[in-house]
Design a protein around this ligand. Structure first.
Ligand code: AMP
Length: 388
């Protein structure tokens, strides 16, 4: 079976083509700067290509994808299904679904909760339905994995009627990533997932920590939107809501300006004044930049704080797993986070943590709580969901 995975952002479409007989990616790439000046690049094994070309809209980008895919598809085969990454599935979708008119309308309606993501996801799906009309399209939601979070962990302390009326609650995100990482951690530990208490830390541009009990999400740091929780590249993470009132009043901000400030100008970028990119933060911190040091320390502190609270949620923990750009690639961040977890029984293998590599355990054999690095693979998870 061949599965095309599409991840449509506001100005880009990422694509992956998987041969599910061996789960190998045949092709991966991205159409970027849609509606601006347009760029298209892809790799297929050892081959690759990169071009500037006009991409006025998502449909033109998907036509390029289709043209490329049809050239690269093995003889006698065709795409059997398209899997779409959708950020918000609202209260309704606890599972991946076949895209219908109703599903598409719901995805657009849930822009209320993910204004920066769902409109672009829906746009991409519409263009893909037009470009690939004869095959099933499956929506795979970032929120779906977290539908198992109990009411007491997903309810906010506002009048209950308002929560019910508007669907205000914790939804959680990065679901495909947390599900992938939890399953791979169980394999690394050679234990059944259904027997494990895990804390998965997806630390990248967006960051979320998840408490996974027996394979099910019990709590996660992101909330109704991907703005809550740990400080992120440009997102603020958890705030006292009154800060928003103060800024609106004193800085004379309207709704759009405050949304922009909290989503695009805050987090590591806002604190450091250096960059949202953690490599640049680490480099500036190494040179003694105090605000970069503060930003770095705050990220470490936030992650450690969530690990502490989720070990209480789970009544213990068997393994802590790091993933995504920072979690997979920054030994220093992992060491700093783990340095205050001795009380839990975390005993980091300093050498294994420092050495480069993919999926692996980085705790000492006798560590009561295992620590692992598992590079995420959201695209393959989406492909598996589409097949399922
Ligand atoms: P992601 O959103 O998962 O792609 O992660 C992006 C983040 O990962 C950016 O902040 C990068 O600076 C960070 N990152 C990527 N590689 C490294 C690395 N080798 N060391 C530290 N941070 C990294």
């Amino acid at each position: 079976m061949l599965v095309l995975v599409l991840n449509s952002g506001s100005s880009s479409v990422k694509f992956n083509l998987f041969d599910m007989t061996n789960e190998r990616p045949l092709l991966e790439g991205m159409a970027e700067r849609i509606g601006v000046d347009g760029a298209f690049h892809w790799t297929a094994g050892a081959e690759q290509d990169q071009r500037d070309l006009p991409l006025p809209n998502h449909e033109s980008a998907l036509l390029e994808v289709m043209e490329l895919v049809s050239r690269r598809i093995p003889k006698g085969r065709c795409i059997n299904v398209v899997g779409h990454r959708v950020v918000h599935g609202g209260p309704k979708y606890g599972e991946s679904v076949l895209v219908t008119d109703e599903v598409l309308a719901d995805i657009e309606a849930y822009s209320l909760y993910a204004p920066l993501h769902n409109p672009a996801n829906a746009l991409g799906i519409r263009a893909a339905l037009h470009t690939f009309p004869d095959i099933p399209h499956i929506a795979v939601f970032d929120t779906a994995f977290h539908h198992t979070i109990p009411d007491y962990a997903r309810t906010y302390g506002i009048p209950y009627e308002l929560s019910q009326k508007y669907g205000i609650r914790r939804y959680g995100f990065h679901g495909s990533s947390h599900a992938w990482v939890a399953a791979r951690t169980a394999i690394l530990l050679a234990r059944p997932l259904r027997s494990l208490k895990l804390i998965t830390c997806h630390i990248g541009n967006g960051t979320s920590v998840c408490a996974v009990l027996h394979g099910h999400s019990m709590d996660t740091s992101m909330g109704m939107t991907p703005l809550q929780g740990v400080i992120m590249g440009t997102r603020c993470g958890t705030l006292d809501p009154s800060i928003v009132d103060l800024l609106i009043e004193k800085e004379h901000l309207n709704y759009q300006a405050i949304t922009e400030l909290l989503n695009k100008k805050s987090g590591l970028l806002g604190i450091s004044g250096v960059s949202s990119d953690f490599r640049e933060i680490e480099a500036a911190a190494d040179q003694g930049n105090e605000r970069a040091i503060l930003a770095r320390d705050l990220l470490t502190y936030d992650v450690r704080k969530f690990i502490g609270s989720y070990s209480a949620v789970l009544d213990g923990v068997d393994a802590i797993t790091f993933t995504a750009g920072i979690g997979s690639n920054s030994p220093r961040l992992r060491a700093e986070v783990c340095s205050h977890l001795g009380y839990l029984g975390v005993d980091l293998d300093v050498e294994a943590n420092r050495s480069a590599g993919g999926e692996r355990l980085i705790s000492l054999p006798g560590s009561k709580v295992a620590v692992a690095v598992v590079p995420t693979n959201e695209e393959l998870m989406i492909a598996r969901e589409a097949v399922r």
